[in-house]
Write a protein that binds this ligand. Structure first.
Ligand SMILES: Cc1cc2nc3c(=O)[nH]c(=O)nc-3n(C[C@H](O)[C@H](O)[C@H](O)COP(=O)(O)OP(=O)(O)OC[C@H]3O[C@@H](n4cnc5c(N)ncnc54)[C@H](O)[C@@H]3O)c2cc1C
Length: 283
């Protein structure tokens, strides 16, 4: 078992008061959070702020071409952030997230939220999101604005061309986008400032016995903890993290990793029919 040099970490002193010598020597944490994506980083931060003794374990983004054990859903530059969801629950969660962004930025000193507004366009006559947005528009501050034809969209957004028959809505700020890697950095900074302990490693096994959980990592370390929160996203069924497989619905999403050079055009334009990927072309 690895004995962590926890006494070297100044921020841990308040947490060590009241711990038994046995706990200290065996590096027993109250809670381990597995996975430092957007969900795991937020979970760890809120637990540390609630004064739990928290260990967060997750690997950094693997280098290109590496044979990493796990990957993540957030290794790119932007995640669309919209306030209007598809039902009241999602909308409430979105509004609560928007309310938390300024505080996280201020506390961490890291900017991750870009409230540039958001244009939502749909070709479906009865798009559930647009239908729901019409229902709740009167109830939220800075409500969405609706545009009913592609010609109107073109007037406002001349760089975009949409087929006839589409409908759109514009959500004003704070809708826009977030930079997921910056949000995670901000959450982990606040987590550490609140006494949380972070390990850059991948969990390969979790054993449960009557004393709690024993977590074994790729680097060969073992950590003991009373509780585990698994936040490993779509890789949860890998590495024996939980003792039954989760049922996932697979949804196809085309992800393109391109390296651009300084002289590349500012805008990438897509031609082709989504149903036939062979027609894809970018300039
Ligand atoms: C291409 C794409 C576009 C998207 N666009 C949007 C968008 O515009 N707006 C939006 O809101 N959402 C979007 N999403 C969804 C959003 O990115 C995910 O919902 C979000 O990233 C999920 O966060 P997570 O923390 O659950 O999972 P992840 O981001 O996948 O994080 C899981 C973490 O767990 C770690 N992990 C896994 N296994 C282990 C292990 N054994 N030990 C330790 N750590 C482990 C991984 O390394 C990773 O860091 C998009 C997703 C994709 C793929």
């Amino acid at each position: 078992m690895t004995l962590l040099p926890r006494f070297l970490c100044q921020q841990r002193w308040p947490r060590l008061i009241g711990k038994s010598y046995f706990d200290f020597m065996n590096s027993i944490y109250e809670i381990a959070v597995i996975g430092k994506g957007m969900i795991g980083a937020a979970t760890a931060k809120y637990l540390a702020k609630a004064n739990y003794d928290v260990l967060l374990i997750g690997p950094d983004e693997p280098a290109a071409g590496s044979d990493a054990l796990v990957y993540a859903s957030h290794y790119d530059a932007a995640r669309i952030f919209r306030r209007v969801g598809t039902d009241d629950c999602w909308t409430q969660l979105n509004l609560q997230s928007a309310a938390a962004f300024p505080e996280i930025e201020q506390e961490s000193g890291i900017i991750f939220h870009y409230p540039v507004s958001c244009l939502y366009v749909s070709e479906y006559p009865d798009d559930p999101c647009l239908r729901y947005a019409h229902q709740i528009a009167a109830d939220i501050s800075q409500p969405p604005r609706f545009i009913d034809s592609s010609d109107e969209i073109k007037k406002e957004y001349p760089k975009f061309v949409f087929p006839h028959g589409v409908k759109a809505m514009v959500e004003p700020a704070p809708s826009g986008y977030i930079r997921p890697l910056d949000l995670i950095s901000a959450q982990i900074k606040i987590f550490k400032n609140n006494g949380g302990y972070f390990i850059n490693d991948t969990v390969i096994k979790i054993d449960h016995n009557r004393k709690g959980y024993q977590i074994i990592t790729q680097a060969g370390h073992t950590y003991l903890t009373s509780k585990v929160v698994v936040c490993s996203g779509s890789f949860t069924n890998f590495n024996r993290l939980i003792n039954h497989s989760l049922v996932f619905n697979l949804e196809s999403e085309t992800v393109l990793l391109v390296e651009t050079r300084a002289h590349c055009p500012k805008y990438l334009v897509y031609f082709g029919r989504p149903a036939d990927p062979t027609t894809m072309e970018f300039i």
